[in-house]
Design a protein around this ligand. Structure first.
Ligand SMILES: [Zn+2]
Length: 383
């Protein structure tokens, strides 16, 4: 083994096929061995702590007091650094609805962060979403999908626009979903008032993700199944879930799991600026949000406005509150969202050959260490 080699030993290693008492070796930033039992040779003992793959958050707006893009690259970099410290070794930057020229400017600023490897891609959550289901998005700035405008927005992101949320029932939505799919931009359906049939038409046109399933869409109804039934049942769709105990009841999370399985269910944070901060007043795009007891609501009207969640808490809740296994929770927090981004060959699981993006958790599943590309971002205490 070369000088760039490190062995993490005495650990519970969570791989896609189980939890192993054992060890793993990292060389030149990649996982080169995963073994059970005692590690050969000296290693860095983790004293029984748990290693899971680095989290992949495909929907996040901010944290640590900052928001994407803020026009200020340092503040945006601080958001990425905050979530990295909580275990998100890969995270997208999501933009709430704004005027097209504002979004284009933001995308261009975020493209720089993508090129620096701080952010995995840009997600436009709007402006092509439903007025009836706009949540914390400014209704005055919502627009009907427009193919030319969409092309300009993608161009502004210089190849880093990876996702757009669209309400499938809007005029021209099907065309823009088709364009997005053809350009390699993930079309996500959400913030939508669509029927079951309209949602399926969106999926038929190429949509592959449900933006925070259950939230900002019609509820399940046995006579009007709506988007939820369509999105859960279609094998082509991966559903995002905000598991903060506020947005979705644990029983509905289990329902989604039973219908779609861990391989089509992705944990997201949808975090806004207040994540990691105290209660108070925060901006969310052009809107003002009050955070009370960690719950973010629009100052005007009181709609739930993003979350203060981080991926480590989402992961822990999935195991402790929802009752899923470590293996399923790791899949939902890492491998499934990595596959959504087309990165599952490189990241998303503890598998030989993949990047050493890892999270070390203590006995209470709190983050104790974070490694990205084989380098500690946060070194485990005492290790
Ligand atoms: Zn969002």
């Amino acid at each position: 083994m070369g000088p760039m080699s490190v062995t993490l030993s005495d650990a519970r290693v969570v791989t896609p096929d189980g939890v192993h008492d054992g060890w793993l070796t990292i060389e030149d930033g990649r996982i080169t061995h995963v073994g059970s039992g005692r590690a050969p040779g000296a290693g860095l003992s983790l004293g029984g702590r748990t290693i899971v793959p680095g989290f992949v958050d495909i929907h996040t707006h901010g944290g640590a007091g900052g928001s994407y893009p803020d026009g200020d690259p340092e503040s945006a970099a601080a958001v990425a650094a905050f979530h990295l410290g909580r275990g998100s070794t890969t995270a997208m930057a999501s933009l709430v609805t704004a005027a097209p020229e504002t979004l284009a400017r933001a995308a261009s600023a975020l493209a720089d962060l993508c090129e620096q490897g701080l952010v995995a891609g840009i997600h436009f959550e709007g402006p092509y979403i439903s007025k009836a289901r706009c949540g914390a998005h400014n209704p005055a700035l919502l627009r009907d999908p427009d193919r030319g405008e969409f092309r300009e927005l993608v161009r502004a992101g210089r190849g880093h626009v990876r996702m757009i949320t669209i309400a499938a029932e809007l005029p021209n939505a099907i065309d823009v979903i088709r364009d997005a799919a053809a350009e390699g931009v993930i079309a996500a359906v959400g913030h939508s008032d669509a029927t079951y049939e309209q949602t399926l038409a969106g999926v038929e046109a190429g949509a592959t993700v449900a933006t925070h399933l259950y939230n900002a869409m019609p509820a399940l109804n046995h006579r009007e199944p709506g988007p939820i039934a369509a999105l859960l049942q279609d094998e082509r769709v991966t559903v995002e879930l905000i598991n903060d105990g506020v947005h979705v009841h644990p029983a509905m999370l289990r329902l989604a799991m039973h219908a779609a399985g861990a391989s089509r269910t992705a944990l997201i944070t949808d975090a806004m600026a207040a994540a990691g901060m105290g209660d108070g007043r925060y901006p969310l795009g052009p809107m003002t949000v009050n955070v009370e007891n960690g719950v973010a609501r629009l100052a005007e009207g009181g709609a739930i406005a993003g979350s203060t969640l981080t991926m480590d808490v989402a992961f822990r809740r999935t195991v402790r509150e929802v009752g899923l296994s470590l293996v399923d929770a790791a899949r939902m927090a890492s491998l499934t969202p990595a596959r959504v981004l087309g990165l599952d060959g490189e990241i998303g699981s503890i598998t030989v050959g993949k990047h050493a993006d890892l999270v070390v958790l203590d006995g209470d599943l709190n983050v104790d260490g974070v490694m990205k590309r084989g380098a500690w971002v946060r070194r485990p205490a005492g290790a």
